[in-house]
Design a protein around this ligand. Structure first.
Ligand code: SIN
Length: 309
């Protein structure tokens, strides 16, 4: 299914931590999943010490399945941060007003408003398909989203397998996009989202500087498995470098459509205390939407990845 995991590819932070006996966890593909996308991790308590053997199995499964669902995790924000850090340094989101107090590494994703009518979190995160922080020079390796409060209906998260999407492209299209690079910008849809959600703050110049656009290959190679993946998204990818505007936009539209074909997607229906860990180098994702009448709150960390190649 995927390349062999060499010891060199296990993050040093994982190897450096103290050992603990295996917890007897079970990893099983998500029922009805198309291809390898999505696996559940059962019988694991992330509030307990995680030994090298269990960590290595989780790491391997993450590379194989791209989306891991850890069921029933009753963990504190600090434990969420500590588990995330075992995969690499954490990234801080530019919208600092939605940080969890005392935990700048945690972004609150929520449609809930406080007593003063102010949003407590980024309510429209994931409105468009995207890979987290792809506008950074070093986009996110992965994200961990932990359910705090779930709606009675709606609130699902969709994932699309970008290796499968790339593999299914016609050979002529693969050859055409092989040398191409694209620009990714946090600002691409910001004003459009702000018009829909006026509580989104106007960005300061310092914030705009912090999210300066980046240029990445249209097809990236996963640094740990060597697999190729499409690396464009409707949220953040603005143009193809070196192509005339109309030609570039037509190509992007074709690639966006190819990247989210239903046969490559997985719908995650949240259960209480789920923590979902996805690989932003392998999948894009979308928040399918929550009715305004329903409350939804999750905590998200993002792990810094490599320079895409
Ligand atoms: C995100 O894009 O990180 C949030 C996804 C979600 O709220 O389902």
């Amino acid at each position: 299914m995927s390349a062999v995991l060499s010891p060199a590819s296990i993050p040093p932070s994982a190897l450096a931590s103290g050992d603990a006996p295996p917890q007897g966890l079970v990893i099983r593909p998500v029922a009805g999943a198309a291809g390898p996308l999505g696996a559940e991790v059962l019988g694991l308590d992330l509030s307990r010490p995680l030994g090298h053997e269990d960590f290595a199995r989780i790491h391997r499964a993450h590379l194989d399945h791209h989306v891991l669902v850890f069921r029933d995790q009753r963990i504190t924000p600090q434990q969420h941060v500590e588990f995330s850090r075992r995969f690499g340094p954490l990234q801080i989101h530019v919208l600092k007003n939605f940080q969890l107090v005392g935990h700048p590494e945690i972004l609150i994703v929520s449609n809930i408003k406080d007593a003063a009518g102010q949003p407590i979190g980024l309510g429209d995160a994931g409105h468009y398909w995207h890979s987290d922080l792809s506008y950074k020079d070093k986009p996110s390796l992965g994200s961990l989203l932990h359910a705090q409060e779930l709606p009675g209906e709606g609130g699902d998260t969709l994932f699309a397998d970008q290796h499968a999407a790339y593999d299914a492209l016609p050979e002529t299209l693969k050859a055409r996009i092989a040398p191409l690079k694209a620009e990714h910008s946090y600002l691409a849809k910001y004003e459009e989202l702000r018009a829909r959600s006026p509580w989104r703050p106007q960005l300061t110049q310092a914030q705009i500087d912090e999210v300066a656009p980046s240029i990445h290959p249209v097809v990236r190679t996963h640094p740990e498995t060597g697999r190729k993946a499409l690396f464009v998204s409707e949220h953040f990818t603005t143009r193809i470098v070196g192509l005339p505007e109309d030609e570039g936009q037509a190509l992007l539209a074709e690639l966006f459509a190819a990247s989210v074909r239903p046969e490559f997607t997985l719908r995650h229906q949240w259960q209480p205390h789920d923590m979902v860990f996805w690989d932003n180098r392998s999948v894009t994702h979308l928040a399918a939407g929550t009715p305004d009448t329903e409350r939804r709150k999750l905590y998200r960390t993002t792990i810094e990845g490599d320079l895409p190649f």
